[in-house]
Ligand binder design. Sequence first.
Ligand SMILES: [Zn+2]
Length: 101
Amino acid sequence: MAGTGSLHDLMRHYDQHLARLEDLRALLHEQLAAATRLRDARAARRRTAAVEEALERMDRGCYGTCLRCGALIPFEQLRRRPQRRRCDGCTETGQGRHEAA
Ligand SMILES: [Zn+2]
């Protein structure tokens, strides 16, 4: 069923994808601002680094993919914590080290 219809679908998905990325980018910048207000300097540094890394992944076009299983992380999960590097499944079953939100 690959015809012009699917191309339109593709474009629409792409537009939606871009809109969501912009949404998440704004959230990341909010996180960055919030990190500077953290009283714990170490936590602030860690948070800042995580968010900057996420922004960098966004610029490279590899944002939103689970580092562990390679699956695309659902938008809703990213909205909850935009700097995340793993999907929910991998965060839960992941190695002992649990990155707190
Ligand atoms: Zn995963």
